[in-house]
Design a protein around this ligand. Structure first.
Ligand SMILES: Nc1ncnc2c1ncn2[C@@H]1O[C@H](COP(=O)(O)OP(=O)(O)OP(=O)(O)O)[C@@H](O)[C@H]1O
Ligand SMILES: [Mg+2]
Length: 238
């Protein structure tokens, strides 16, 4: 199995705050890997330091398809095929659904854009129905679908998602997770950050548990689901 993303001994500081303390994490081709942990554990910091959004990391290395990407600018990293759906979604409220999707593919020069748009509309028929609607007026769940759709329009080689289920109703959450599974079946590896650990460990192959900037557990999703400490702290089991 070849690794798509490999993170070695990653440290990150916000000024005095040591937010990531030597994290190691790997995503192999065809895997769904989940990163779980409580509020402030460093999950968003992980994703943002991988995509270059936080500037220079303190130390360590990030490799994407074998190539060092730490120190590269976010748009260069996106061009290599690393897409992310950010926490809080960050869609363009004043643009239509269709225009938002076009923003996802604007860096591409290949001829597959139309068929990828068909693919996104096939995954999310709701977005096709609302193609001309301003994104800011979509419901929360629809905005999340749009954020995932826009990331797919980058034709990513890896997609990273930051809490895609945040604030959504149970039925929509189920849809989002089954779509994540589908995207992965269609050949795209996924790094999934979630506080909804139950659902995340249902779809993932492997998982990492992050606590105050450190990986305290790394195992198959199945083993994590039956781990007593994980069950007590993250799965709501007594
Ligand atoms: N811009 C910033 N400046 C200073 N400290 C920050 C900044 N952003 C995050 N932090 C701190 O870094 C730590 C990790 O934050 P991060 O957002 O990565 O956590 P998280 O695991 O994503 O949490 P949540 O589940 O609540 O989203 C927290 O203690 C947070 O207060
Ligand atoms: Mg976060």
């Amino acid at each position: 199995m070849s690794s798509i993303l490999e993170i070695n001994d990653l440290h990150f500081h916000y000024g005095e705050i040591h937010a990531l303390k030597g994290v190691n994490l790997t995503v192999n081709s065809n895997e769904i890997v989940t990163l779980i942990g409580g509020n402030g554990a460093g999950k968003t910091t992980m994703l943002r330091s991988i995509t270059g959004l936080l500037g220079k990391i303190s130390s360590g290395e990030v490799r994407f398809m074998g190539e060092r990407i730490d120190g590269k600018k976010p748009h260069k990293i996106a061009e290599l095929g690393l897409a992310q759906c950010l926490e809080g979604r960050h869609i363009f409220s004043n643009l239509t659904v269709r225009e938002n999707l076009n923003m996802g593919s604007y860096l591409r020069k290949d001829s597959g854009i139309t068929s990828d748009l068909d693919y996104v509309f096939h995954l999310f028929p709701r977005l096709l129905e609302r193609e001309k609607q301003r994104a800011g007026t979509l419901s929360g769940g629809e905005q999340q679908m749009l954020a995932v759709g826009r990331a797919l329009m980058q034709k990513p080689k890896l997609i990273m998602m930051d809490e895609p289920s945040l604030g959504l109703a149970p039925l929509i959450i189920r849809d989002i997770f089954s779509i994540i599974k589908q995207i992965n079946k269609d050949g795209i590896p996924v790094l999934l950050v979630e506080q909804n650990s139950n659902a995340a460990l249902q779809v993932a192959d492997r998982g990492y548990v992050l606590e105050t900037g450190e990986v305290v557990l790394a195992d198959t999703a199945e083993n994590l689901r039956s781990n007593d400490a994980v069950r007590a702290s993250y799965l709501g089991a007594s």
